[in-house]
Ligand binder design. Sequence first.
Ligand SMILES: NC(=O)c1ccc[n+]([C@@H]2O[C@H](COP(=O)([O-])OP(=O)(O)OC[C@H]3O[C@@H](n4cnc5c(N)ncnc54)[C@H](O)[C@@H]3O)[C@@H](O)[C@H]2O)c1
Ligand SMILES: O=P(O)(O)OC[C@H](O)CO
Length: 297
Amino acid sequence: MSAPAGVIHILGAGAFGSALATTFREGGAPVALHGRGAAPERAEGDILLAAVPAGATAGVLAALPPGPPVPLVLCAKGLTPEGLALQSQVAAGHAGPLAALTGPGFAADLARGLPTALTLACAGTAAAQALQRRLSTRALRLYLTDDIIGAQLGGALKNVFAIACGAAIGAGLGDSARAALMTRGFAEMTRLGTALGGRRETFSGLSGLGDLSLTCNSPLSRNFALGHALGRGAAPDAVTQEGRPTAAAALSLARRGGVEVPIITAVAQLLSREITVREAMAQLLARPLTTESKGMT
Ligand SMILES: NC(=O)c1ccc[n+]([C@@H]2O[C@H](COP(=O)([O-])OP(=O)(O)OC[C@H]3O[C@@H](n4cnc5c(N)ncnc54)[C@H](O)[C@@H]3O)[C@@H](O)[C@H]2O)c1
Ligand SMILES: O=P(O)(O)OC[C@H](O)CO
C-alpha cells in the first residue's frame, strides 16, 4: 500500500488561495487553507503554497514554526522594492525545494473548474516532477520549467503592461494602441528579463506571453482594471495592486542594468502622478524611430 499523500497547506485565504484550495480538493488532495495569522505545523510529505500578495510573503514565511524541509511553492506575482526583488529571493532561506507557480490563470476561472494551464518553475527534476504530479488536476495542467527566475519575472512584469493596456483602453486610445503596448511590452519584458537572468524562451511561454495576453485583454485582471480606472481619470493612489510596487522595482532594476524600458518608465511615471495617460502615450510615440529587425541600421 502506498503512503497517504501529505497535506497541501495554502497560506493566504484570498481569491487565489481559495481558488487553489477548491481546485486541489476537487482533485482529491487533502488541503488546509490558512488565513491571516495562521502558522501551520507541517509533516513530511506536506507541501506549502504561499498565496499572499508579494509584499506579504516574507512576513508570512518568517511566522512559520520550524518544521521538516517540505517544498514551498510561491504563487505571488510581483517584485518587492526592498532589494529582494523576486519571491524566490525573499524565500531563499527556505530549507526545502523551492518552486514558483505562475502563468495565465484567474482565480475566478480556477474556482469554477475552468480549464487552465500554468507554469511550475522548479530547479531539480525529481522535486519538480513530484510537485507537478501532486498539483495537477483534470482542469489544471502544469508545465514544468527550471527557469525559476524567468518564470517569476514574466508573471511580475506583465502586471505593469496590463496597467498600460488598461490605461490606453480606459482613455479611449483604441485597440491598436493596446496591441502596440502588448507587443512592445513583450519586447521590453524579454529585454529586461534576460538581462536579469531569465531565459529568452521562458518569456514566450505561459508565464510570459501567456499571462501578458490574458491580463492585457481582460477586465477581470485587477491590474488592467487599475489602468482602466486611471485612463478614465481616477487618481493613481485610489487603487493599489501589485503592478504599482512592481513598476517601481522594475524601473530601478532596469536603470541599474542599463536596460531601456520605455513602457515601464511611463507606467511608473503615471502611477507617481508625474504624467497623464495621454502624456505617457505621447512620450512613447515621440521616441526616436527605430527598427524591429536585429542588425538593421
Ligand atoms: N486573483 C488571481 O486571479 C490571481 C491569479 C494568480 C496569481 N495571483 C497572485 O496571488 C497573490 C494573492 O492574490 P489574491 O488574488 O489571492 O489576493 P487577495 O487580496 O484576494 O488575497 C490576499 C490574501 O492574503 C492575505 N494577506 C494580505 N496581506 C497579508 C499579510 N501581511 N499577512 C498575512 N496575510 C496577508 C489577505 O488577508 C488575503 O487573504 C498575488 O500575488 C497575485 O498576483 C492571483
Ligand atoms: O488580477 P491580476 O491583474 O492580478 O491578474 C491575475 C493573474 O495574475 C492572471 O494570471
